[in-house]
Design a protein around this ligand. Sequence first.
Ligand code: UT7
Length: 333
Amino acid sequence: MAKTRAAITAVGAYLPSSVLDNKTLEQMVDTNDEWIVSRTGIQERRILKEPGRATAYMAIQAAQNLLEKTRLSAEDIELIIVATATADMPVVATAAQVITALGAKNAFGYDLQAACSGFLYGLSTASAYIESGRYQKVLLIGADMMSSIVDYEDRTTCILFGDGAGAVLLEPNSEGNGYIDEYLRSDGVGKLHLGIAAGGSLLPASTDTVAEKKHYIYQDGQVVFKFAVTHMADAAEQIMLRNQLTNSEVSYLVSHQANKRIIDATAKRMGIVEEKVLMNIERYGNTTAATIPLLLNDFEHLFKKGDNIVVSAFGAGFTWGAALLKWAYNSKD
Ligand code: UT7
């Protein structure tokens, strides 16, 4: 019998209904549709606007969407991990809110913060629990309300980000499918180039930090771009080499959606054709921890049992990496 692996057995998603398109952004900052599309590939993003709703709300909706597609009850779930950089509140774990709202009374849960790599790192964490035999049903959610930390007067960041949530269920698989390999790395140099300066223990909130707009995300785009292109492509290439995968044996690239040009560079290094490069950045922008599960949800209908899916991400920290998933089911099953 093959080694027990952790396989994705269901997916779900939630996107707010409000659309922020490039034309609307043209009214807000000095930008234009042509610049945004040619530099990033983004045409529109979703924004969560209803007062009183934030990341936990989207995570709950994505989890409920997933549960509706399965025969599972929330009580069957043992662990819920929420990858997010925008928890509803500091200190309070988003996962606890999700557990209570779902009625997952036999589960415990916590948040995982690795910015745009949060979902990828979460796959590693969730898979380890399953491979060890400790838990059999783990819900991994990637959810971010980027609109809560974006300065809509800063044209260098406000055009990039959107809100959303995606969820996957991981269960044991003994057919050789599931989470096969990972190549994950981190480098603290990233704090100079991408992050939020205030509101943490280093620089707690004060009237000064608010006046200086230090609670918004900052990014040195060009530096981050260069790191992202180099490291994400390296990681994806490592995964192919370590698993002796040729470009024709890769079924799909499911990459973090930060910039179409970064994804194209990764695909080029892997030598894979355009049809295998899955993208929805044009509709949702960069939803941070939600990009990868949103792609899995949008393109689930394409996936067949045994497909080799390379997942890759790059984000603040810096955090980055790639993983190999052998898809475990035919979506029509
Ligand atoms: O997910 C987390 C990781 N994040 C990333 O992976 C993002 C990585 N970085 C990027 O994707 C790109 O660097 C950006 C999309 C953020 C920017 O694209 P770029 O091609 O690197 O542009 P740039 O920063 O070099 O700016 C080029 C020009 C500048 O003007 P000058 O100095 O050449 O006159 C900018 O001021 O474009 C200007 N610019 C804009 N123009 C119109 C910057 N933002 C805008 C804008 N609209 N929104």
